[in-house]
Design a protein around this ligand. Structure first.
Ligand SMILES: N[C@@H](CCC(=O)N[C@@H](CS)C(=O)NCC(=O)O)C(=O)O
Length: 211
């Protein structure tokens, strides 16, 4: 069975697992932390990051690369739009989720989940408040404008864009936050529908810090 190396607390491991589950690809998650940078980790990914996908003699780092590869070897159900412009839009939403959204929401997850569980320190709630008040609104404003339907950000069909954003928002939810429906109604409805899908429901049910 293919292996996903990494810790499920990682939003990129969640993205990979949700994508594989949506594709019907059975997989095992094998615990591997991205710190310290062991020879084993660097041997599989020179960037020293998780997730890493392993299937027989294939070792593949990076959630975006893994998802694109799985789409080729397991084309159904298709999780990348066929139309060229929709495809490009979905890829950019994925990129936005993996970078800006991860940077902002990752700060909240770090304070509320990683700090107490990993470093045995109290969360810095002032830092969380600053993120929620200042960094988060423009990011959610942009996403609100991207959502075509609760069934799919791009063109109303579930795609890689939904998997990538859904993974980041799963960690936001596990950190005790939710999208304010009064301020971002489309994003809030989309989030409810996406997290109700079995692939995400399973990850959310596992809790914030399974290893
Ligand atoms: N672009 C990568 C990002 C992966 C990533 O940043 N993973 C984090 C864990 S959530 C990591 O391994 N961080 C270790 C580091 O930055 O050195 C992907 O999509 O897989």
């Amino acid at each position: 069975m293919p292996i996903v190396h990494g810790g499920v607390p990682s939003p990129f491991v969640k993205k990979t697992c949700a994508f594989l589950t949506e594709k019907g690809v059975a997989h095992e998650v094998r615990s591997m932390a991205p710190f310290p940078k062991t020879p084993e980790l660097l041997g599989m990914n020179p960037l020293g990051k998780i997730p890493i996908y392993q299937d027989g003699d294939l070792t593949l780092p990076d959630s975006s690369v893994i998802c694109a590869y799985i789409e080729r070897v397991q084309p159904k159900p298709s999780l990348y739009p066929a139309d060229a412009k929709a495809y490009a839009r979905a890829l950019f939403v994925e990129e936005f989720a993996d970078t800006k959204l991860n940077e902002v929401l990752g700060g909240v997850f770090f304070q509320r989940i990683i700090r107490p569980n990993f470093f045995k320190q109290e969360p810095d709630e002032a830092a969380v408040k600053k993120t929620l008040d200042e960094a988060l609104p423009p990011v959610f404003d942009w996403l609100e404008g991207q959502i075509d339907s609760p069934q799919g950000i791009v063109g109303g069909a579930f795609s890689i864009a939904d998997v990538a954003v859904g993974a980041q928002l799963a960690n936001f939810r596990l950190a005790g936050e939710k999208v304010d429906a009064a301020r971002w109604p489309k994003l809030a409805r989309w989030c409810e529908a996406t997290h109700a899908r079995p692939a995400f429901a399973k990850l959310l049910a596992a809790g914030a810090f399974p290893m």
